[in-house]
Structures are given as C-alpha cells and as structure tokens.
Design a protein around this ligand. Sequence first.
Ligand code: THU
Length: 138
Amino acid sequence: MSDKELIAAAREAAGASYSPYSRYPVGAALRFADGAIVTGTNVENASYGLALCAETVAVAKALADGRRGGLEAVAVTGPADRAGGAPITPCGRCRQVLNELAQLGDTDPLVLCVGAEEVRAMRLSALLPHAFGPASLG
Ligand code: THU
C-alpha cells in the first residue's frame, strides 16, 4: 500500500471516530512489513480525561492481534477545518505508545502527519528522541 493509500485508510478510520466532546475526529493507520494495515480512531468518554487517541487505539489493536514489530509507517489525520488545516502530530503519549511497537521490531517508522494540504513526514525517532522503551529495561 502506498503512502497515499495509507493516508486514505487513516481518513476512512476517522469516519468512525467517537468524539462527541471535542468534535475532533482523528484517524490513524499503521503499515507493517508484511503489508498489513491496522487502523484506529479516537474514542472519547463522558469522563473527558479517559479519551483514547487514534494512534493508541491502532497500536492496541495491532498488539492484541499478536503483532510485535514490523511497524514501517504511520499515517495520522485530523479534521481539515481546525487549526487552519495544519498537519496533526501525534500527542506525547501516542509517541510513546508507537515507540513500544517500533522498538519491539527494531524499526523507526515514518510518521505521516497529514494536514488539509500538507503532509509532514518524519521519523518516530525525531518525534521522540532518546526514547525509553522495552530495550531500556534490559
Ligand atoms: N487525539 C488523537 O486521537 N490523537 C492525537 O495524537 C492527538 C489528539 C484526539 C484525542 C481527543 O479525542 C481529540 O483528539 C482532541 O484532543
């Protein structure tokens, strides 16, 4: 699947976003070395602080499917009509959650941060330098 198709998968996942409180639908799509795609979207709660981000949901799905590595690329999409359509970057917690799956398979995935017009691509290691992960526990 191309980067463009990965972004389309993230956008489609955002269609199922449960975000009645923020009205800020987010989609995430993970691409693996074997070609598999795992998607996620944000899931909010009446107890606001319990919201789950799209990236975290996608990583949890992948881990629950038995995946323990092979993470090559991640696409994240937000609503085009917020913040002037600027590319969305994963929150700090999601960077850490993505790092868990990346380090398990010793990859440094490309993170495609999608905006209304611009796609900003950066490695997870640039978004989360000096990361603490499974390898740190020795
Ligand atoms: N959100 C994500 O899904 N991913 C991020 O990386 C940033 C924020 C969600 C959480 C909440 O449901 C909404 O966006 C507004 O913060």
